[in-house]
Write a protein that binds this ligand. Sequence first.
Ligand code: AMP
Length: 411
Amino acid sequence: MALNKKSVDDINVKGRRVLVRCDFNVPLKNGEITDDTRIVAALPTIKKLIKDGGKVILCSHLGKVKNGPNEGESLAPVAKRLSEKLGKDVKFISDYNVTGATATGAVEAMKEGDVILLQNTRFRGKEETKPQEAGDTFAKELADLADDYVCDAFGSAHRAHASVAGVTKFITEKGGTNAVGYLMQKEIDFLGNAVENPVRPFVAILGGAKVADKLNVINNLLEKCDTLIIGGGMAFTFLKAQGYEVGKSLVDDTKLDYCKEMLEKAKEKGKQILLPVDTVVAAGFPDPIDNPDIKTRIVDSTAIPSDMEGLDIGTKTRELYADAVKTAKTVVWNGPMGVFENPVLAEGTKAVAKALAETEATTIIGGGDSAAAVNQLGFADKMSHISTGGGASLEFLEGKELPGVVAADDK
Ligand code: AMP
């Protein structure tokens, strides 16, 4: 799918102030960045704008900022890491107001090729407000700092927030351009091609906790893929919908009819839905979640004891799913096959990750937990693409348009 939006290759930023919305929502532990994948992913766009002589003003959110601005969710560690990665000074504007006099002063002093990073956009509660409400004030203040805008925050592109979409209206009003960055382009090319124009057979693998979170993804992917593999907690609602006992496993009784409908739809369309044929069970959910002393056994998925809980796919299922991956030409994966946070219950997720690492097929990991699992297992460089956005890639797989993409100017 060609993206018909202006990109950083279509704009001339020499001497111009460019506001770039990045996704620097990195994990932090005691003020240290524990995974800088998202910073690294943002570098190509930033380097391009520096090379072209732009004045590069970066912004991003970090964390949920539930209790107002605080140093624990400041972007200061990101500015430091970014300086190291770029090999040049990134001036950090620590003002909790994000925009305002300090930011304006720093921007005025910028020379071509300079880079500054604004404070966490969520420090301004208005970031998340609808544009027609107070969000517009913040969006306009951001736009006032710049001449042009580049959205490269795929991980936030499904949110119509001030710094993601709201800002574009004001950039347009002042005659500037709204473009997408290289990361956005890459994400959309991979995910878009996989879903809209896949080399077949196309196998989609869905896991994770709840069916309810993935209703539209299941529905949309059944239209597009050849085989849909289901694992994780969501498999049990499908198994129960087929009339099987699932014991104490995670089930959403309100979605039984939906699962029946999907099984029916697959049959009608000649698509295959693969469900676990065997399941790793235990007496209950591990407490704490990573407790390695949990006692498990493997049972047929059609014979889960009523006092047991299913927590991972069994060995036969791992083989079945790996075989399906082997014959695929395109594979998209979102969501773990079991409670992978626990070493004893991570084997199913590992087996699927390994199968993807070994196949020649185009492999796309839809962010979130599956991306973390692939990274942890050291398979990252064996995948064709690992999305930087869990929620955004899911919405993409649902076939929805992302506000951050829609807001960019057409070519
Ligand atoms: P999600 O956020 O929907 O991708 O779900 C990820 C979560 O699903 C992880 O925290 C897993 O521990 C959890 N999960 C996976 N399999 C199961 C299962 N069989 N029972 C309960 N939770 C599960």
